[in-house]
Design a protein around this ligand. Structure first.
Ligand code: CP
Ligand code: NVA
Length: 298
């Protein structure tokens, strides 16, 4: 059966850990002679901007001997209302896998329903699972085992937060979440995570003693009209040095990027010694190579 990766829990805990360990092995010992994807192609559909996701998938396919097609919806027939179901059936007869970055998780599910080949979520309004593979790889590479540890999510209960919630259940850590009122993560995802997720009433409470502190932009793609209101609403949710001092002394700081210094994170934190943001960014490459290898072998 074709395996898709539309949310993190499309992998079992053992599969997720295996993909992350494989990613670390690929990173530790890159082998230019290992080219399992010769003759294979990845269709990459983007209806939103991207730097890391596009470049990591495209570079990963090239490193494995395959090829990636950058298909911005503005220059394909998808942008002229060709149905998703037809697009899926056409692309999956020509390509080995499909990656899609768009707004709608439901549209991604429809793409997967009509595709013969794996469909990968490169970000939707609801999830960003590829980011979490890279983040878990990074956390494990820096700190070893992460089961039983505690992460603090500070800021918007958005797509990356939702994937962090699922990561907590898969990788066995506790996630404490602090958001302003009205910006909480989806209640069904929080409920599904059970005791792995705790909702806190302040950033200080969430960060207390945490092994990892994470944030993301206050204004995600598509929310630009809300920027001024969000700047006001999130004013007490900046990750600054004082907040980091509440975390464990060896706590790491993560951010999926792109970041806004002086908004969700102070420059002294994101550019400071606890920050591992560029390992996270690099690991998008290795984690997605491991993911593609897993999905195309399945
Ligand atoms: N973190 C992330 O997905 O970055 P891009 O938007 O640049 O792809
Ligand atoms: N939450 C952000 C993540 C960008 C990688 C967004 O959706 O724009």
């Amino acid at each position: 059966m074709t395996r898709h990766f539309l949310q993190l829990t499309d992998l079992s805990p053992a599969e997720a850990l295996a993909v992350v360990h494989r990613a670390s092995a690929l990173r530790a010992q890159p082998d230019p002679g290992y080219r399992p994807f010769v003759g294979k192609t990845l269709a990459m559909i983007f209806s939103k901007n991207s730097t890391r996701t596009r470049v990591s998938f495209e570079s990963g396919m090239a490193r494995f001997g395959g090829h990636a097609l950058f298909l911005h919806s503005g220059v394909t027939q998808l942008g002229r209302d060709e149905p998703i179901a037809d697009t899926a059936r056409v692309l999956s007869r020509m390509c080995s896998a499909i990656m899609i970055r768009n707004d709608s998780q439901a549209d991604q599910a429809e793409m997967a329903a009509y595709s013969r080949v794996p469909v990968i979520n490169g970000l939707s309004d609801l999830h960003h699972p590829c980011q979490l593979l890279a983040d878990m790889q990074t956390w494990i590479e820096h700190r070893g085992t992460i089961a039983g540890r505690t992460a603090a999510w500070i800021g918007d209960g958005n797509n990356v937060c939702h994937s962090f919630i699922q990561a907590a259940t898969l990788f066995g850590f506790t996630l404490r979440i602090a958001t302003p009122v009205g910006y909480e993560p989806k209640t069904d995802l929080v409920a599904a995570a059970g005791a792995a997720v705790q909702i806190c009433s302040s950033a200080a409470d969430a960060a207390a003693g945490a092994d990892l502190v994470v944030t993301d932009t206050w204004t995600s793609m598509g929310q630009e009209a809300e920027t001024q209101r969000r700047l006001r609403d999130f004013a007490n949710y900046q990750v600054d040095a004082a907040l980091m001092r509440r975390a464990a002394p060896d706590a790491l700081f993560m951010h999926c990027l792109p970041a806004h210094r002086g908004e969700e994170v102070a420059a002294e934190v994101i550019d400071g010694p606890q920050s591992v943001i560029f390992d996270e960014a690099e690991n998008r490459l290795w984690a997605q190579m491991a993911l593609l290898e897993f999905l195309l072998a399945a």
